[in-house]
Write a protein that binds this ligand. Structure first.
Ligand code: ARG
Length: 462
């Protein structure tokens, strides 16, 4: 059958050109949205008297039959019809006859494809908010179960100060909370209707764009027809949000991988989320976090890829823009996989509390606190820092920890020490001393957990 745009041409399209320019192999994912948009468009054409009502009903019924055939897998797509838009239009005309050709009145594939992308992506954003909420729930669950678990906190990956493991989990809850906010904010710019922009300049038909927007639940219509068909910012923005989410997941992945090593032995991931080695029988590998860490690269690549496609691209539509799709689909699939696995993996993770405690007992992460003790006795902080630095050096040389020192040994370094330092040095005391808003003291972390639970309720069913 001939091309929908064949009139001007005298030759058949070269076979390789057809294959090279077609997008149907991947943009068939937009089929539902394409039909949804067409139904709204043709309803508007009827309301405006542009297409007779009778024809509108014929077209709508035909579109619904095509949709059924697509859903059942019966509908064949063809590369010679290039993309999902023309495949569906062709299928419609096959179904209802030449009247189906009225559907494309006052519309171009340029505003059509943009509309499909907006419809498709806004669904994904809602799904991602829900997936992020599930992950937050799992992290909060671990925080509650570990509200008394003390673990070394690190800077430079060196033991720094002891913290509650709950506090560490809640840091990620905050990070994923920002990701939710970013997605929610991006929704404002996704939920805008391009349809009615025509190819680039608008249309000569007396269409009603706001009516179409209302039917498709868009908050607004694009202000400028050139911008409507040229804009892919909303996809760039989504890819950037996804890149940040993957960056967050990759940091958590790295920690899980480290914590699962024999050297740390802080956590054990459930067998269901690990794999074995084909040669070494003892191995249990944290493949899921490793893959998430690795797949972060392709999501960054998708972002840079689209930014590069759009760089210096003149207005309005250019075929280059067809390259907006595969990266977006790939990022969505990658992110879905990661988030779907992470929530149950975190929820089922075993936390080795005694091993964490052992680590805390065998380090100098309470050193800041005796420095603070001397400061409270009137010594300037810099001098206190010097005194404790020397005390720690003495401990290292004598194979001791601070709590092993006698009061006489302490007094060699400063007369200001007294027996109260043994309380000050206890890990619980060290943790609970950081009783500032956002700090690691137990009451602060408990408050953070209840705030996070409130926020979680506020984003429910968003
Ligand atoms: N398949 C095309 C795309 O995804 C649809 C828009 C084509 N428009 C055109 N004027 N060739 O970008």
């Amino acid at each position: 059958m001939s091309k929908l745009w064949g009139g001007r041409f005298t030759k058949k399209t070269d076979q390789l050109v057809e294959e090279y320019t077609a997008s149907i192999t991947f943009d068939k994912a937009l089929a539902e949205e394409d039909i949804q948009g067409s139904l709204a468009h043709v309803t508007m054409l009827g309301k405006q008297g542009i297409v007779p009502q009778e024809d509108v009903e014929t077209i709508k019924a035909g579109l619904l039959r095509v949709l059924e055939r697509i859903r059942s897998g019966e509908q064949q797509f063809s590369i010679s019809d290039e993309d999902i838009h023309m495949n569906i239009e062709k299928a419609l005309i096959d179904d209802v006859g030449p009247v189906g050709g009225k559907l494309h009145t006052g519309r171009s594939r340029n505003d059509q494809v943009a509309t499909d992308m907006h419809l498709w992506l806004r669904k994904r954003v809602v799904e991602f908010v829900e997936l992020l909420r599930k992950l937050q729930e799992a992290l909060i669950g671990q925080a509650k179960a570990n509200i008394d678990t003390i673990v070394p906190g690190y800077t430079h990956l060196q033991r720094a100060q002891p913290i509650l493991f709950a506090h560490h989990m809640m840091a990620y809850v905050s990070m994923f909370g920002r990701d939710i906010e970013r997605l929610q904010d991006s929704y404002k710019r996704i939920n805008v209707l391009p349809l009615g922009a025509g190819a680039l300049a608008g249309t000569t038909f007396p269409i009603d764009r706001h009516f179409v927007a209302e039917q498709l639940n868009f908050d607004r219509v694009y202000e400028n027809s050139l911008d409507a068909v040229s804009d892919r910012d909303f996809i760039v923005e989504f890819l950037a949000d996804a890149a940040i989410i993957m960056m967050h997941l990759s940091r958590l992945s790295e920690e899980l991988i480290m914590w699962s090593s024999t050297e740390f032995s802080f956590v054990e991931l459930d067998d269901a989320f690990c794999t074995g080695s084909s040669i070494m029988p003892q191995k249990k590998n944290p493949d899921v976090p490793e893959l998430v860490r690795g797949k972060t690269g392709r999501v960054y690549g998708d972002l840079i890829g689209l930014l590069t496609v759009l760089k210096s691209l003149p207005l309005a539509y250019n075929k280059d823009m067809q390259e907006d799709k595969e990266g977006m689909f790939d990022t969505v699939t990658t992110l879905q996989g990661a988030l779907q696995l992470f929530a149950p993996m975190i929820a089922t993770m075993k936390v080795n509390q005694s091993r964490m405690r052992q680590a805390v007992n065998q380090d100098f992460s309470n050193a800041t606190d005796i420095a603070d003790f001397l400061v409270n006795k009137g010594l300037p902080f810099r001098q206190a820092h010097e005194v404790i630095g020397k005390t720690v050096l003495y401990c290292i040389e004598n194979n001791k920890y601070l709590l092993d020192l006698s009061l006489d040994e302490f007094k060699q370094f400063s007369e200001l020490f007294d027996e109260r330092i043994y309380d000050v040095l206890q890990p619980e005391q060290v943790v609970n001393a950081r009783n500032v808003y956002g700090g690691t003291a137990k009451p602060q972390v408990e408050a953070a957990i209840s705030r996070a639970e409130e926020a979680l309720q506020a984003t429910a069913g968003w």
